[in-house]
Ligand binder design. Structure first.
Ligand code: GLU
Length: 443
């Protein structure tokens, strides 16, 4: 058995009931083979063995009361995965599917993503199986306060800095921050994604979606292509999808779909983003209601969004939303590029299919790194007690995404895999973290 096969076996055996984590780590292990072969130092210091085992996993009970006075119990999680290059950094996800497998896959991805930003942030992730859907403001506040009453002792501006993810937006961050402040009596940058009035950063809201487009632009240009005039299929209608759609339209693309957990809409005239914002950001309604505003649009219940012919696909909803059969359909319809806006939306088979059919493909840890990058800029602004303008922050984001593309592309080239941005992202992200681990001795 080779060393890499041993690592893969060990991964599967020690995390047997964590399929999403195994999937995310397998992809990284597959990419690192040439690096481990070239540099024996990583193997000698057991860097891979250490990297796939989190520094720390925290699980706690969250007890809160609903509006009827019933006592409710949920599970809270925080996985502090690796802090070789900076404080743990990564979002909190509130969704019924949250468990250790999900939090560990997200935290693991975050190590490499955060490294690629070039900013000093380690990898972590957390969340709860609490479902914010259908809860009142007061219930959400009760839950967030109780969640933070346990989490506060594990985090800090120089220790671990959570942010939002699915189900956690600026409202939840506000309640979490308020409770942290009550408990610690410190107004520090312990969370990112804050409102502008108490230390948030301009562009944070838009950053993940904008970043996806800045990365895509660099990737297309490197192949002599451009966004102008291209048809986009975007999934999701949350923060990432909304601002990816906005930037795609600004850059001359035509977006024809968006989706939510119940179904998807196809608008042949191009998505009217104001309607989506009204439905999703203001009134919290189903995307099915889009039709009432745009009679030419068609609503489809359930899946099938990837059957829509397009030049560019941006999966921006959630993990494993695009499978091999979807990849085949996209390739058949002539897709030229797929950039992940969500974390691990394409499964391994779909990714391999795109790559073997010469579709430009960027993994989430590279193309969606703009969100956490602006979070790190929020931390920087909090540290100097200052805020930068929208233009300045957006320029920095744009440059960071271009730099990520360069790093990813150069690493792929250096290891004899030109155009393989999955390998490039894993390799470039890994080397910085691994070298920092080597320099700091055993931990
Ligand atoms: N949840 C986002 C991500 O997946 C952002 C994390 C952060 O800003 O810390 O990268």
């Amino acid at each position: 058995m080779t060393y890499m096969e041993e690592q893969q076996n060990n991964l599967i055996q020690s995390n047997a009931n964590e399929p999403e984590f195994i999937q995310a780590a397998t992809e990284v292990l597959q990419s690192l083979e040439p690096v481990i072969q070239k540099h024996s130092k990583y193997r000698e210091s057991a860097i891979l063995e250490r990297l796939i085992e989190p520094d720390r996993q925290i699980k706690f009970r969250v007890t809160w009361t609903d509006d009827k006075g019933n006592i409710r119990i949920n599970r809270g999680y925080r996985v502090q995965f690796n802090h070789a290059i900076g404080p743990y950094k990564g979002g909190l996800r509130f969704h019924p599917t949250v468990n250790f497998s999900i939090v560990k896959f997200l935290g693991f991805e975050q190590i490499f993503k955060n490294s690629l930003t070039g900013l000093p942030i380690g990898g972590g992730k957390g969340g709860s199986d609490f479902d914010p859907k259908g809860k009142s403001e007061r219930e959400i506040m009760n839950f967030c306060q109780s969640f933070m009453t346990e989490l506060y002792r594990h985090i800090g501006a120089n220790t671990d800095v959570p942010a939002g993810d699915i189900g956690v937006g600026s409202r939840e961050i506000g309640y979490l921050f308020g409770q942290y402040k009550r408990l610690c009596n410190q107004h520090t940058g312990v969370l990112t994604g804050k409102n502008l009035s108490y230390g948030g950063s301009l562009v944070r809201k838009e950053s993940t979606g904008y970043g996806v487009l800045y990365f895509l632009d660099a990737m297309l240009k490197a192949s002599g292509k451009s966004i102008e005039g291209k048809t986009f299929v975007i999934s999701g209608s949350g923060n990432v999808a909304i601002y990816a759609c906005q930037k795609a339209q600004e850059m001359g693309g035509k977006v024809v779909t968006m989706s939510d957990s119940s179904g998807w809409i196809y608008d042949p005239d191009g998505i009217e983003l104001e309607v989506i914002k009204e439905l999703k950001e203001v009134t919290q309604r189903r995307i099915a209601d889009y039709k009432a505003y745009r009679p030419n649009a068609v609503y489809h219940e359930g899946t099938g969004i990837w059957n829509t012919p397009c030049d560019i696909a941006l999966p921006c909803a959630t993990q494993n939303e695009l499978l091999l059969s979807d990849a085949k359909e996209l390739v058949k319809n002539g897709v030229i590029a797929v950039s992940e806006g969500a974390n691990m939306p394409c499964n391994l088979d779909a990714v391999h299919y795109f790559q073997s059919n010469k579709v430009l493909f960027s993994p989430g840890k590279a193309s969606n790194a703009g969100g956490v990058a602006v979070s790190a800029l929020e931390m920087a602004q909090n540290s100097i007690r200052y805020s930068w303008s929208f233009e300045k922050t957006d320029r920095k984001l744009n440059q960071i995404m271009k730099d990520i593309f360069e790093k990813v592309s150069n690493a792929a080239e250096e290891y004899g895999l030109p155009g393989n941005y999955v390998a490039g992202a894993n390799i470039a992200g890994f080397i910085k973290v691994a070298d920092a681990m080597l320099a700091q001795g055993l931990f």
